[in-house]
Design a protein around this ligand. Structure first.
Ligand code: HSE
Length: 300
């Protein structure tokens, strides 16, 4: 018996929502084939699309996340599971690569076990994969990868995951300039203390963004896509970042910022036509800079 699972790539933070906001992309994500085996235990047989990832069960996010799920069952399965992973989301891209693998693993294992957990309950198991990958069990990639759409992590302790309403025409453009930034490094760069005046700007924008999404107020969404905490520090690592923000606005985007911990950049737009124009602007910019880039456009 074997099943094939797909889990989408994601954009975390969404400018103002460091570790608390994320959304799922369409048409890009990791694929996982999970096969039941007679002998118990978890094994990884193949990893396609990336050379650097370990197949050792304690060193790969898929088996770590799957094991977290199995550990929380009172009745353990009397069979084993074999995983074959196809990576379409590049590690270190800022598009939730590890999250996409972790989400696929827990979703698929839950299916094979007859769904002992709801999809929302799976988030905390997938977070164990994130802990392995980045040192911090953040949920702003795994939650949208599992649930789809726009998601808020209202609280981590206790975990409170809230799917958000958002308008139909909202689309995303992402560009991945072909360099790698490790989330663990990009997390260590940030200061542990922030100024009250920065916090005021940030929580005003988080509330504005959530409210703009709920009301379908594109102007408010655009005004709220600001980050005064992580972006000023992490933006320095991304060649062409300031220009990319500027060009995306000129091409009709509502706003843009770093996708997750970078180096990918995302922009939100009203409608696919605008999102395509932004994609063109991103392509051209990175061509001019002389940096290879991957561009993807998606409805949310
Ligand atoms: N919220 C996480 C961070 C996302 O910014 O470090 C990583 O993709």
């Amino acid at each position: 018996e074997s099943i094939k699972v797909f889990a989408p790539a994601t954009v975390a933070n969404v400018a103002c929502g460091y570790d608390v906001l994320g959304f799922a992309l369409e048409g890009i994500g990791d694929e996982l084939i999970i096969t039941k085996t007679e002998s118990p235990g978890l094994t990884i047989t193949d990893i396609h699309g990336s050379n650097h990832l370990s197949k050792k069960p304690e060193e790969n996010v898929i088996t770590v996340a799957a094991q977290a799920l199995i550990d929380s069952l009172t009745k353990k399965p009397d069979f084993g599971l074999q995983f074959e992973l196809t990576k379409k989301v590049q590690p270190g891209s800022g598009l939730g690569s590890s999250a996409s693998s972790s989400a696929a693993a827990v979703f698929g294992v839950n299916q094979i076990l007859g769904e002992p957990f709801s999809t929302t309950e799976l988030v905390r198991f997938a977070m164990e994969g994130e802990k392995l990958a980045s040192g911090v069990p953040h949920a702003d990639n795994v939650a949208p990868s599992l649930l789809g759409g726009f998601v808020l992590i209202r609280s981590y302790n206790p975990l409170d995951v809230i799917p958000l309403q958002f308008p139909d025409e909202l689309c995303a453009t992402v560009v991945h300039p072909q360099i790698e930034v490790k989330t663990s490094d990009a997390k260590k760069m940030l200061r542990q203390q922030i100024e009250l005046r920065d916090a005021i700007v940030q929580w005003g924008n988080v509330a504005g963004l959530v409210s703009g999404l709920a009301q379908g107020d594109y102007g408010l969404i655009g005004r709220s896509l600001q980050d005064v905490i992580a972006e000023p520090i992490r933006g320095i690592l991304i060649p062409g970042f300031a220009e990319a923000k500027q060009k995306s606005k000129e091409a009709g985007a509502l706003g843009a910022s770093i996708s997750g911990s970078g180096p990918s950049i995302f922009a939100l737009s009203q409608g696919m036509k605008n999102a395509q124009q932004v994609a063109e602007a991103f392509r051209k910019l990175f061509e001019d800079i002389g940096l290879e880039s991957y561009v993807h456009v998606s409805p949310i």
